[in-house]
Design a protein around this ligand. Structure first.
Ligand code: FDA
Length: 310
């Protein structure tokens, strides 16, 4: 709790932010996970990854969205990046990931409706350019709302992707609901600090749930997106794909930008479809600190990746 409070108070400190973001070592570390603040840096990094045979999902880092104006600003940022990707000829390999909270879901008045309408605007532009949108999943209090918005969006934009978190006890049932034809589902372990009433707490239980959910998705008719850096789960995913006679175009692996880059390239070189999730934008400081505070174990996750070369 103390660590969490310290990180959260650091996240809110503008003074600390201006010091931290200027120290060369911090910039070096952050650049490993966020390839630059601006649109140009993000487009360039996406171009380099696609040239190396990878696909990309871009995530615009916005601050806490507590007004309709800020939600609209997020929509504009996504439209801008989609325009830029189209100009660069990248929209056949680069999609976008959207957090519904960044387009208004948390607003006290009509949040869900505002988020649905804003997400639909982004989906319409993505479709115009022949690419897709995946809705990130946030903490468990938003799961029902996010899945309901997803269902509405899929009526008009069937390729809209979902994210399911294996640590939630409900997820095996959600995976069964979303395993139908045309359904794109990213399965991750889950990154928020959730109570025992709704989420498995031990790594072993989360991993077991991941395998159960993956079995459901791989046996279904949808398009599973296996989002993990865990070597054991990656191996199991490959075995399940083979057992279900899936070709590499019918599912994909996904990893975060800067985490296990060698493994990303190894899988792609072996013929797998691999997508790199790439956050970009000015607001990386607050974003990174909040992700660390939500679950201090995330700190160990990032530190390990700094030491690992695989
Ligand atoms: P975990 O952190 O449990 O690590 C498992 C094992 O992987 C380790 O024991 C080690 O063997 C290996 N490993 C991990 N990092 C390594 C490294 N750097 N080098 C070598 N080995 C390493 N969460 C969420 O709640 N909502 C969301 O929308 C998303 N979206 C999302 C998209 C994508 C593409 C990814 C990859 C992840 C997410 N997440 C997410 C985050 C996810 O829920 C989770 O917090 C992290 O991916 C960490 O979990 P892992 O499955 O990677 O395994």
């Amino acid at each position: 709790m103390l660590l969490r409070e310290a990180i959260l108070s650091a996240a809110g400190s503008r003074r600390l932010e201006s010091v931290v973001t200027r120290v060369p070592v911090t910039r070096h570390v952050v650049e490993r996970y966020v390839p630059g603040a601006g649109l140009e840096a993000a487009t360039k990094a996406a171009g380099a990854l696609t040239a190396a045979g990878l696909r990309v999902s871009l995530d615009f880092l916005g601050e806490d969205v507590d007004s309709r104006d800020k939600a609209h600003a997020t929509v504009r940022a996504y439209v801008e990046v989609l325009d830029r990707l189209a100009e660069a000829g990248l929209t056949d390999r680069v999609e976008v990931s959207v957090k519904l909270s960044a387009v208004g879901q948390a607003l006290a008045i009509d949040g869900e409706a505002v988020a649905r309408e804003n997400a639909a605007k982004i989906c319409a532009v993505a479709r115009r350019y022949g690419t897709t949108v995946t809705l990130d999943m946030e903490d468990h209090t938003t799961t029902d709302s996010t899945l309901s918005i997803l269902a509405d969006l899929r009526a008009d934009f069937p390729s809209t992707g979902a994210v399911l978190q294996a640590y939630l006890r409900r997820t095996e049932a959600d995976a069964a609901d979303l395993a139908g034809a045309g359904s794109r589902v990213r399965l991750c372990k889950g990154a928020y600090d959730e109570p025992e009433s709704v989420a498995y707490q031990s790594k072993r239980d989360v991993d077991r749930s991941y395998v159960r959910c993956l079995k459901v998705l791989m046996a279904g008719d949808g398009y599973p997106m296996v989002a993990t850096h865990d070597p054991r789960l990656i191996e199991i995913a490959g075995a399940l794909a083979a057992r279900n006679h899936r070709s590499p175009t019918t599912f994909e692996y996904q990893m975060l930008y800067g985490i296990r880059p060698t493994e990303q390239r190894r899988l792609a070189a072996a013929g797998a479809t691999v997508r790199v999730y790439m956050p970009y934008g000015d607001e990386w400081y607050g974003y990174l600190m909040r992700r660390l505070a939500e679950r201090p174990a995330n700190l160990a996750f990032f530190l390990r990746s700094l030491l690992s070369r695989s």
